[in-house]
Structure formats: C-alpha cells, structure tokens
Design a protein around this ligand. Structure first.
Ligand code: EPZ
Length: 420
C-alpha cells in the first residue's frame, strides 16, 4: 500500500487545475444504463472509485472506452445483476439500482458495506423505489428490486438528518421512465444532483426543480444518448483552498465553480484566508494569521460534511478554540486521533470536536482511514514542521486525481512511496 512522504513547513503557491467531480460522475455513469444508445461523458477524473464504477457497468454488459478524460459508454445489452464483490466495496455503486429498475424492471445488487464514517443505510433509497411501485426484497446481503411497471408518485424522501444525495439520484433516475409524474419532496440540493439532472435532461428526460428541495419528473417512454461535461469537483477545490490557507501560500483554483463553494469560502475567510474572484478565476491566499472557526456540517448549501476533516486540520493551527460539529454522519472524526499524533489538541464531545489550536504541528507517521480524513492528514503534514508519512493513501486515490503531482506543482515536498 502506497504512502506519501511529506516535508512540511513551506507556503504552497501556484495554479492547480480542478478535476471533474467524483460525486457527480458516479451517478452520471450509472445513468448511462437508462438508454441503449451511446453516451459521451467528458472531464471524467481518473479515480479508483470511477474505475470501480466502470468495471460494474462492464459487468452488467455495457461497452466502455476511454480517451483521456472522455468516456464513451453504450449499455445496449445489459443484465440486472451487478458484480457483487465490486458493488459491496463501493458505496456509490448503489446508484445503479434506480436506472436498472427503470430500464429492465428489475435489479439485484449486494447491500453496500458501511464504512468508517457511518453505517450508511439505504432505507430511503428503498422507500423511494417502493414509492414508484417496486417490490423490494433484502436477503443474505443482497437487495432485489423489481416492478412490472413504475408509476409516478409524490414521495417524501427526507431522512433523520435531512435529504439523501444518492437516494435522490436513484429515485430521480428511476422516475424518468416511470409512467406519470413523480414529485420528490425533501430532495437533496447538492450541485452533483443538478449535474445529474442536466445529463438526464440532455438524454430526453423531463425534469424541473433540480437544486431545490422539490424535484418534478414527467416520465417518458425512452431516453436517448447524450454528450455531457461533468462539473468541477467542489470538494477537491475546497481541499486545495484549505492547503493555501494552512500553508500561508496563494493558490489559483483553475476550473473551480465559486458558486458551489459559498459556505466553504465563507469559513475560510472567517479563518483568516483571503479569497479573490477575478473573471471566474478563484484564488485563495493564506495570510499567515489564522483565526478559530465554528463549523456545523449541513445539507447543501450549508457547510459540506466532505470538507469537515480538511477544515479541522486548518483549525489545529488557528490560535484559540474552534468547535466543529458533524451533523450528517455518526462517526466522521477518525482524522482527529491522527491529527493529535502531529501535536494537535482535540477533544471529542459527542457530535463535536473541540480544537485548541495555535501550537505548531510537528511531523510524524500517520494512518489514513477514509477519503477526506486522508486529505486532512496531507494538509496537516504540509503545514507541520518536519516530515510526515501518510500511510494507506489508497483511501485518497479514491477521490483525488494524482494529488501528490498537483501538490508538487505548488512547490510541495511530497513523494509517493510504493507500498509493500
Ligand atoms: C453522498 O453520499 C456523497 N457520496 C458523500 O461523499 C457525501 O458525504 C454525502 O452524499 C453527503 O453529502 C457520493 O455522492 C458518491 P447521503 P450519500 O445519502 O448519498 C443518511 C465523499 O467523501 N441516510 O446524502 O451516500 C446517511 O446515513 C463521500 O466524497 C439514511 O439514513 O450520502 C447520512 O447520515 C463521503 N438513509 C445522511 O443520510 C438512506 O437511505 C446523508 O447521506 C440514505 C442516507
């Protein structure tokens, strides 16, 4: 397993190109199952999660070819049974359920495993598909959905902590080929849901309201192929913005969508960073004097849970007390104990982390545990004095395209050491 060796303490500056969004492209790839015609997907990031999803599509019978960051996918003859091992390994694969149900009227997938950040239930996904008339059986670790026909309905999809992003995606995709009108209430408003809706509309779906809590889908008989460019990854952009703030450098985020980063940029400004937008180009500058911040993670357009770990790494350096409260997932503080190995002072009190920042961090060997926790450890290692080895960076490769190469271009002293 590869690891990163980082010599920290340098301000990082320059320009980084933001890749296509992991969390937009995964449901969009699943949506290609809704038609037998060819789809072209552009700005596809080279991530292990994307590789997994493409293997799943191929296991279902889709033809996939890749030319740089452009994919050509044709799901002409497909089955409803995915590769269980692959599906079990990646939570995002759950979003093939809706398209397969709509296209084939049945699907069988393995229940996605939980992960370190929480149990990751799919009760809302199943509630949505049942709402369209699907029969759902869960047994022996598999979930089977089937329906002779899908009927549009008004479906409330809100859960105990608010909307579900992939649950909204699954239901929206299934509803495109249902008969009649489906209204999703308490739908997720994330930009990735809007990007999926844009792709579905390009395929001939009739969808209004994406990006708002109420999405209306008028079912159609069939969908055709489409050509779509994926939006920029707002979490990758936010992560590199946090790198600039944490190291006191100045980073231009080429291709980022500032309009998707409102809450993140607001918090970075509160933490003492300078934000500049000129002609659609976003630049973040660390001023070297950080201030403590209070964060509560929320559904979009609130502060995103996927940026919580990265801002905790920043808060470790801000003199004073920061309070970070995680309201979306039940255990998303795995990075705290590893940050403490770098000298951070963090106390976990229920859903909140109390960070007493200001003492300089010093490098040490740390262990990545999940995707965004790994990003937090890299940020802390870049800011810390001395060397930090981040083990198990395969977690990072799930959601960041060649992160060490992008950081090296900003002047970072970071090397990937191949694992045993
Ligand atoms: C998506 O996961 C993202 N993943 C996650 O990003 C992100 O953290 C999450 O949305 C929240 O924004 C992808 O898009 C591939 P949810 P998703 O359903 O859709 C509960 C990353 O780091 N819930 O919006 O699986 C759930 O337990 C990843 O890139 C139910 O209770 O998340 C959680 O507490 C991590 N029942 C909350 O809702 C359900 O049926 C939000 O989860 C579904 C979810």
């Amino acid at each position: 397993m590869d690891s990163f060796l980082i010599e920290g303490g340098l301000p990082l500056s320059g320009e980084v190109t933001i890749s296509g969004s992991k969390n937009a492209v995964l449901p969009i790839l699943a949506a290609t199952l809704l038609t037998s015609e060819t789809c072209i997907i552009r700005r596809v990031p080279d991530l292990s999660d994307v590789g997994f999803m493409l293997k799943i599509l191929q296991s279902l019978g889709a033809e996939v070819t890749r030319d740089g960051d452009t994919l050509t996918i044709r799901a002409a003859n497909i089955s409803g049974r995915g590769d269980y091992e692959l599906i079990r390994k990646m939570r995002g694969s759950i979003c093939i359920l809706g398209p397969l149900l709509a296209r084939l009227k049945e699907a069988v997938v393995s229940l996605p495993g939980g992960c370190v950040i929480g149990t990751r239930p799919i009760d809302l996904h199943l509630k949505g598909l049942r709402g369209l008339g699907a029969q759902v059986e869960v047994e022996a670790g598999y979930v089977r959905v089937h329906a002779p026909r899908l009927e549009g309905q008004m479906i409330f999809l809100g859960g105990r902590v608010g909307p579900t992003v992939l649950g909204t995606a699954n239901l929206m995709m299934a509803a495109t080929l249902a008969s009649g009108i489906t209204v999703i209430e308490s739908a997720a408003c994330e930009p990735e849901v809007v990007d999926l809706a844009d792709f579905l509309i390009a395929m001939g779906a009739k969808i209004t309201g994406a990006g708002s809590p109420t999405i209306t889908i008028h079912g159609v008989k069939a969908l055709h192929g489409a050509d779509h460019e994926v939006i920029a990854d707002r979490i990758e952009a936010g992560t590199f913005a946090a790198v600039a703030a944490a190291t006191g450098g100045e980073v231009t985020l080429r291709g980022a969508r500032p309009d998707h980063l409102g809450a993140v940029l607001d918090k970075l400004q509160e933490a003492g960073a300078e934000i500049r937008r000129a002609a659609g180009v976003l630049t973040v500058r660390g001023t070297g004097s950080l201030k403590p911040i209070d964060i509560t993670t929320m559904p979009y357009s609130g502060f995103p849970t996927d940026m919580q770990a990265q801002l905790m790494a920043l808060a470790c350096q801000a003199p004073g007390t920061s309070i970070i409260t995680e309201r979306i997932f039940e255990s998303r503080f795995m990075h705290a104990s590893e940050l403490m190995r770098l000298g951070a002072d963090i106390a976990i009190e229920g859903p909140s982390a109390i960070v007493k920042g200001g003492r300089p961090l010093s490098g040490a060997p740390v262990m990545a545990s999940d995707l965004r926790a790994s990003a937090a450890l890299v940020i802390a290692g870049l800011a810390a004095k001395g060397s930090t080895q981040v083990h198990r960076v395969y977690h990072l490769d799930r959601g960041y395209e060649r992160m060490e190469l992008k950081l090296q271009k900003l002047g970072a002293r970071i090397q990937r050491t191949p694992g045993e």
